[in-house]
Design a protein around this ligand. Structure first.
Ligand code: SF4
Length: 728
């Protein structure tokens, strides 16, 4: 038996795993006791990786060879890799020649490794000359990115997992950590056991398993988070719980924020948020004082947050308003204190690091900054990189539906199930002249729309790096060869790029000098190039070599040249990543959700994760055991609402939004507020299908969700839609 240390491919906790294998078969998996993210622990999903990646499952579910559809709707036919890559290069070159570089778009994934992301980014911006590259991280973390940048100056989560041990107050908002980040939740339980005085506040529309453990639960009305945070600040000011000296010495913009929150009185906040005034006061006091009750003896407060803040048309405002609280009370830059976004996907952080969002460039550079564009061009040996803003995820599919984007390359993600307003996404996939899907799984709902399908390797077969929520870079290692003809994502992009270079810039030096024959060497050379691009930036890893990652294990960034260790905690010197070193307060007024309940659509739809499923279930649906926790999709609603509607468990209801309708059994759930319904986001067309108003088929609950975007982060509001509900 062979043992290979790697990283779990599911969530942003980034747990280390030891893969056991024999030949081409993965036979077991266990937590890596040496990995600082999990110290040997795994949740149900991680602990069953060997079963979902077993050879017998793989051979049934995986895409094993390149396939081509001569016509839409035909059964795809096998072709060789050379023929597939030649075809792809020719179609992209034709489109670029006829319509220009912005007629193509790349939609990639937080499941990709950093090296995959890097090559796609260079392919789009460096070779083709378009900024139309975005990631499904846009649906996940882009509001957190925008919130950090607006306030602290850089997309850098300042805290770390070890801060859980030092906090005296934990504020969890918009995160069911117990289900979505289970191993991290075990550390929260450990922290409480070690410190019975630790106060846990949970703010969420649902009384989740996380909320069930709270000392103080704030059952927020959907979308009222900014009002809550501004109301807490109002109280902190009124009661003298802020740290005026910190504000004066290390921040700017407080006067405007102070004026803004003047109207956020406890009465108003309690009414908008649907919470008791006493609870609001207690939350503000615990947060500000780190649960001591006394600002002269301030304990440490750590906030943990996730999609409840991010997936909103006010996503940036929610993130910034929460960070405002940390700055106002000096709850940052010391052990146990700080805002800490929990990343949904395993490598959403890595994608942000290499610039795989339409508005970013590599190493946390901004596309809108001419100096940053010049730096990237110099690193790549090009005269320039394009300045024209790229399209974010929702905008990219809208542009394809409008006929402006003609060729789409989709890698390792399933927009036909996961994007909001699916009727538009399906129109986009149908109208695009050429859709290339690079995917490990043949079962992806997007596969039916692809003209060309390229089989990719996946967990257990790939080599490279990922970065978890606490800025920790871990190695991902191959334990077994990829099945069939599957190739590594970055290598596919490189082999395509070589062909496109021959068509677009013949005879010139290749921008992609990576060895695709040796996966380890190739991934290492891509990573080295990325590493060099970070020199002098906030995420500088110029002192972290591949060899050091091998010998010393996972490391946190920054890790600049000359350092002997990464940085566990940022801003300990209260110097922030802004031009003047001061953090910036961001004054955002509360705005209601994009859609509000009315007489036609009187229910609030909320979506979220299940404990044992992952994303669109391509991997987790292959194991019956993972259905033990939730066997089938359902609409959950409060028992009082069910009684009023004369519904009983199991009755079928039709749930409709302005974008479509689905039929599901209903289930009583007292954790929900009144007039709210909840559906898990994982179930795809095999389990949950419906129709758009025009009759087009829809899959999954996101089909009902609005594509209303946060104007800054461009993240869609997947956490709330107004719906109607009738007995089916
Ligand atoms: Fe994997 Fe996340 Fe579970 Fe850890 S907590 S084992 S990273 S799914």
């Amino acid at each position: 038996m062979q043992e290979t240390a790697s990283t779990c491919p599911y969530c942003g906790v980034g747990c280390g795993v030891i893969i056991e294998s024999e030949g081409a078969q993965i036979t077991g998996v266990r937590g890596d006791p040496a990995h600082p993210a999990n110290f040997g622990r795994l949740c149900t999903k991680g602990a069953t990786l060997h079963r979902t990646a077993s050879r017998s499952v793989t051979l049934q579910t995986r895409l094993l060879q390149p396939l081509h559809r001569a016509r839409r709707g035909d059964t795809p036919q096998a072709l060789s890799w050379d023929a597939a890559l030649d075809l792809a290069a020719q179609r992209f070159a034709d489109t670029i020649g006829r319509q220009g570089p912005d007629a193509v778009g790349f939609y990639v994934s937080g499941q990709l490794l950093t090296e995959d992301y890097y090559v796609f980014n260079k392919l789009a911006r460096g070779l083709i000359g378009t900024n139309n590259i975005d990631s499904n991280s846009r649906l996940c973390m882009s509001s957190a990115v925008a919130g950090y940048k607006a306030t602290l100056g850089a997309d850098a989560p300042p805290a770390c997992y070890d801060d859980l041990r030092h906090a005296q107050c934990l504020f969890i908002v918009g995160s069911n950590t117990a289900w979505a980040h289970p191993v991290l939740f075990r550390r929260i339980e450990d922290a409480r056991a070690a410190n019975p005085g630790l106060k846990l506040i949970v703010a969420d529309p649902r009384r989740t398993d996380t909320a069930a453990m709270a000392d103080l639960f704030l059952p927020l009305q959907p979308g009222s988070d900014v009002m809550l945070f501004n109301g807490m600040l109002h109280l902190m000011l009124w009661e003298g719980w802020i740290d005026a000296a910190f504000i004066a010495a290390h921040t700017t913009g407080f006067a405007a924020l102070k004026a803004l929150v003047r109207d956020c009185t406890p009465e108003r906040v309690a009414q908008v948020c649907g919470i008791a005034q006493d609870d609001l006061v207690r939350a503000a006091q615990w947060f500000a004082t780190g649960a001591s009750g006394d600002p002269q003896r301030r304990g440490a407060t750590l906030s943990l947050y996730c999609q409840g803040l991010n997936q909103s048309r006010s996503g940036t405002a929610k993130n910034a308003a929460l960070i405002n609280l940390h700055l106002a009370c000096a709850q940052i830059g010391r052990p146990g204190a700080g805002p800490f976004s929990l990343t949904g996907q395993p490598n959403a952080m890595g994608g942000r690091e290499v610039g795989a969002l339409a508005n970013l460039l590599g190493a946390h550079r901004d596309l809108a900054n001419p100096q940053h564009r010049a730096e990237v061009a110099a690193l790549w040996g090009l005269p320039s990189v394009p300045a024209q803003p790229g399209r974010s995820a929702v905008e990219m599919f809208q542009a394809a539906a409008d006929g402006e984007i003609k060729a789409l390359w989709i890698a390792c993600t399933n927009p036909a199930q996961s994007m909001p307003d699916q009727a538009t996404v399906r129109r986009a996939l149908q109208r695009a002249e050429f859709v290339l899907l690079q995917e490990a799984f043949a079962t992806s709902a997007t596969a039916q729309y692809a003209d060309l399908l390229l089989p990719a390797s996946t967990w257990g077969e790939k080599t490279g790096t990922v970065t978890n929520s606490e800025r920790r870079i871990s190695r991902v290692r191959a334990a077994v060869p990829a099945p069939g003809q599957a190739r590594h994502d970055w290598a596919i992009a490189v082999q395509f790029a070589h062909r496109l270079e021959a068509l677009l810039r013949p005879g010139q030096r290749s921008l992609f000098p990576y060895d695709t024959a040796d996966a380890d060497l190739g991934a290492q050379s891509v990573w080295n190039e990325h590493r060099e691009s970070t020199r002098g930036r906030d995420l500088d890893i110029s002192g972290l070599s591949w060899a050091l990652l091998e010998s010393a294990g996972p490391q946190q960034w920054p890790y600049p040249a000359g350092a002997t260790t990464g940085k566990a905690r940022l801003y300990e010197d209260a110097v922030f990543a802004t031009a003047d070193g001061r953090a910036r307060f961001a004054a955002h007024p509360w705005q209601p959700t994009a859609e509000q309940r009315d007489a036609h659509y009187p229910w609030s739809l909320n979506t979220g994760r299940l404990r044992d499923q992952w994303h669109g279930m391509t991997r987790t649906a292959t194991l019956g055991r993972l259905f033990g926790h939730a066997a089938e999709p359902c609409v959950q609603m409060h028992p009082q609402d069910m009684a009023r509607q004369r519904l009983r468990d199991g009755d079928l209801v039709q749930l409709s939004s302005r974008r479509g309708a689905i039929v599901l059994p209903v289930q009583a759930d007292a954790t929900l507020g009144l007039a709210q319904v909840f559906i898990a986001m994982h179930w795809g067309s095999e389990f949950l299908s419906g129709r758009a108003p025009g009759g087009e088929p829809l899959a999954g609950v996101n089909a009902l969700c609005t594509a209303a975007l946060c104007p800054t982060s461009k993240q869609p509001e997947l956490k709330h839609a107004a719906v109607q509900l009738v007995r089916a």
